[in-house]
Design a protein around this ligand. Structure first.
Ligand SMILES: *[C@@H]1O[C@H](CO)[C@@H](O)[C@H](O)[C@H]1NC(C)=O
Ligand SMILES: *[C@@H]1O[C@H](CO)[C@@H](O)[C@H](O)[C@H]1NC(C)=O
Ligand SMILES: *[C@@H]1O[C@H](CO)[C@@H](O)[C@H](O)[C@H]1NC(C)=O
Ligand SMILES: *[C@@H]1O[C@H](CO)[C@@H](O)[C@H](O)[C@H]1NC(C)=O
Length: 421
């Protein structure tokens, strides 16, 4: 039997995803029409013998979460549970805290996946790879990055014959290797022995009366505390994927992940891609349109566009490389490029909403880092995609360029390179 754990983090971790994370926990933000973690769950469902999915994080279980969980249980016929940490325990600390739940039923091994990963998740391949290495405690998914980009990730050196990881450094100061950790792992239960060792050491090292460090004694990170300890001992291996991979850190990277998941639908869910047809809007490239959306037949959508539930799109509109969230209304002849239009927002007629794309692809040298930093070092707003929060109203005949608009704003005129509070 196999299990999967999705590490969803908590509200503090979603700050770079503002203003969209003000309204919805980031793991539930829809990319290519479905919540970010639904893409993980769909990949898990395809793995033979995978019986249970556990979400670990420190979000309060909101209504949105409960609705998502019960809907997903029904749709995927798999047990999905949320285990809430009392505080941020780190990527390994949360696993350790819930070790009994994870180990109940004696799983042969279990996946651990970071929620902010966008990938086609070659999980079955990882299981085969892991089983071929009887001593393996962990198989880590890795990918090749450019030399410049690698420094921003966990870097590892492998034995090219056996794929054993000989050396691991998280975000090294100088070049170590161009193979990076993708944040998707397959662990044997043996890993709990290693986490227990670190846990015991932390309990001794840190004074117990330090209220400032509340929870920090229990905080253990896979990347810093566990992986370096497993190297060079036939325990840690890397499964290298050649396929797409990126992280969804900021809202800008959601646009990028949106196009990757839409492209994946050609293989996994061709039925989700909008088709051409008589009396239908003109579709260019990959587009997802929710069945309840009302799109005028003279609109031109794509490539790489997602249209949510109950969205209205008027005649003569042009939408490219964008996500239009549920209930939004795009009025006649307006144009939306590289933008996210928030839930129930309205874009007036003949208006242009445009952003500048950011590309978090680690394979592209000097790709914009998409660190999510809003301001450059000299205090200027970094060019970004344009984001309209929930319930924003943009009037007719204006231009909103490279701007971020917080929820419930009624804009009086055009804006460029601004955060509208
Ligand atoms: C749409 O996404 C694909 C990748 O899925 C990419 O190759 C293409 O360049 C994107 N289109 C535009 C106009 O950027
Ligand atoms: C769309 O609108 C219908 C009717 O107003 C409503 O029943 C449904 O829940 C809405 N769907 C979503 C996903 O908001
Ligand atoms: C959008 O507005 C409708 C009613 O106008 C409301 O029922 C719905 O909850 C809103 N959706 C979001 C996501 O804010
Ligand atoms: C939407 O925003 C307007 C201000 O532009 C506000 O008056 C209204 O109450 C908001 N509606 C909701 C449902 O939050």
């Amino acid at each position: 039997m196999l299990k999967a754990i999705i590490l969803i983090g908590g509200p503090l971790k979603g700050t770079r995803f503002r203003p969209l994370s003000l309204d919805l926990p980031k793991p539930l933000f829809p990319v290519a029409g479905f919540p970010i973690i639904q893409h993980h769950i769909e990949a898990c469902q395809k793995v033979e013998g995978l019986k249970e999915i556990l979400l670990i994080g420190f979000y309060q279980p909101s209504d949105a979460f409960k609705t998502f969980l019960s809907r997903a249980q029904q749709e995927f016929h798999i047990s999905i549970r949320y285990l809430q940490e009392y505080t941020s325990l780190g990527t390994a600390g949360g696993l350790y805290h819930f070790r009994d739940v994870i180990q109940s039923g004696n799983p042969e091994c279990f996946f651990v996946m970071n929620a902010d990963v966008c990938s086609d998740f070659p999980l079955t391949e990882m299981v085969d790879f892991h089983r071929q290495r009887s001593h393996a405690c962990c198989t880590m998914m890795g990918t090749e990055a450019s030399r410049e980009q690698a420094l921003n990730y966990g870097c590892l050196v492998e034995n090219t014959d056996t794929h054993e990881v000989l050396h691991y450094v998280e975000k090294p100061g100088t070049f170590v290797s161009s193979i990076i950790n993708c944040g998707v792992y397959l662990f044997s239960p043996e890993v709990f022995k290693h986490i227990a060792t670190v846990f015991a050491r932390h309990q001794e090292d840190l004074p117990s009366d330090d209220s400032f460090a509340l929870g920090s004694k229990d905080s253990i990170r896979l990347e810093q505390d566990i992986f370096p300890m497993l190297t060079g001992d036939s325990k840690l291996y890397v499964y290298k994927t050649q396929n797409f991979w990126s992280q969804i850190k900021s809202a800008g990277s959601a646009i990028y992940a949106n196009r990757l998941y839409l492209a994946l639908y050609h293989k996994t869910h061709p039925d989700r891609l909008a088709a051409h047809g008589e009396g239908m809007p003109s579709i260019k490239g990959d587009v997802y349109i929710h069945p309840s959306a009302n799109v005028d037949s003279t609109a031109v959508l794509g490539p790489n566009v997602t249209v949510g539930a109950n969205v209205t799109i008027g005649p003569g509109t042009r939408i490219r490389e964008s996500i239009i969230l549920d209930g939004a209304s795009i009025q006649d002849h307006s144009c939306i490029l590289h933008s996210i239009v928030g839930w129930n927002s309205t874009v007036g007629a003949w208006t242009r909403v445009e952003g500048t794309p950011s590309d978090p692809n680690p394979n592209i040298p000097f790709a914009k880092l998409d660190s999510g930093e809003l301001f450059s070092e000299d205090g200027r707003l970094n060019p970004s995609i344009t984001i309209l929060g929930r319930n924003v109203t943009i009037p007719a005949e204006v231009i909103v360029l490279n701007s971020i608009v917080l929820p419930h704003k009624d804009l009086p005129h055009s804006y460029k390179n601004q955060i509208i509070l």
